[in-house]
Design a protein around this ligand. Sequence first.
Ligand code: AMO
Length: 431
Amino acid sequence: MKDMVFVKTHDISELSEELIGKQVVLGGWIEDLRKLGKMSFITLRDISGISQVIVKGELNDNLGEINRQSAVRIKGIVQETKARDFAFEIKAEEIEVLAKAIHPLPVDPIGRLESNIDTRLNHRALDMRNQKTASIFKLRHYVLQALRKTLVEKKFIEITTPKIIGSASEGGADLFSLDYFGKTAYLAQSPQLYKEQMTIGLERVFEISNFYRAENSHTGRHLTEFTSIDIEAAFMDYEDVMDVLEALVIAVYTFTAENCKKEQESIEHTIEIPSAPFERITYSQCVEELKQAGEKIEFGDDLLDSHLRIIGNNHPGFYFLTDWPMKLKPFYIREKDEDATLSRSFDLQYGYLELSSGGTRLHDSELLKARLSEQGLDPAQFEDHLKTFDWGMPPHSGWGMGLDRLMTTLIGIDNVREVVLYPRDPDRLSP
Ligand code: AMO
């Protein structure tokens, strides 16, 4: 027979008119408990909502002390309520404490006592009982759904590439290394080489996975482990994959704006659907704007955070920054036919924040070998990758977008740690 502690007949959100007078068994956590002499009022929460439970008579006399946030199972009859905050209430018949919560808890899940982000991250599982935090992760779940649905509709095939690799995918810097049975292995920085290879058979692929960067950055937008959404598509140029990216961002915003009303209320932020097309500004235009703003910058210089803040102020919201100088781009990016100093590449920006970068790739193995050498990389290290270019490599393009960063734009906050369950940064390796 099934152990009764696992039996729950309804989620709180499933309580309805039809259930009035009927018995239900609910399971959840005690958010509030008020004893008023002959009667007690319990506020019970589960993932779907909250309900009021009335405890009377002998059950009330024997109720004893139950700490708030203890896990309980409550059997009772559904009835109408006069309480303003609830649609129904439960007249309790049985209350079973399944697991006690200590008092006081290290963070207050109701959020009445605010905790700083480090304290919340140190007790992340408990933080998830805070409705604001839970709503952020429900939104992340809906974002993932919208991403997958939209990419599948555009005929992209989902792949999973290795995270333990034998040589760098993005060049030498920022690699975590590990001992792999006496050899040195690395944690993948991106699926770059694998996703490109997959275009020779699957044409259009995408991956949503965690990747690793040994960057000693202490900002609100850098993590050492981040979630990346990557695509790669045969027979598409960079402008085509920019269109895919723009449509995807709009799909994510539209889906969550329309389907996540409760979550938006809970985080006190309204999702505004951006309008398309996103502005497209070239790197050269950017340099001109910066010069006009009095910055000392020349063509070929990388854009610093301070530069991007100026450009972001001039162009709030989403915009593409295109046609970067070749010398600022990784080895796999192709140059423009009409000007070899420029690349077929782009970043998607949200104000000062870089959300994505991508471009058209070199698909000729000789050119790719030459490029690797030019950038001081050893083609021998890329032998496994280079040989696939002799098997009928189609012209192709793609991009990678940081999911964590995208989430921050969606919910209007500026620290990626808020949208990652257990963030990893140079100072944080646990929990
Ligand atoms: P890039 O290195 O620009 O490009 O990374 C793509 C996007 O990934 C996110 N990102 C990060 N997010 C949080 N913390 C980090 N440390 C971090 N590093 C990167 C950013 C960034 O825009 N292979 C190419 C993409 C491609 O051309 O397909 C690449 O990895 O949002």
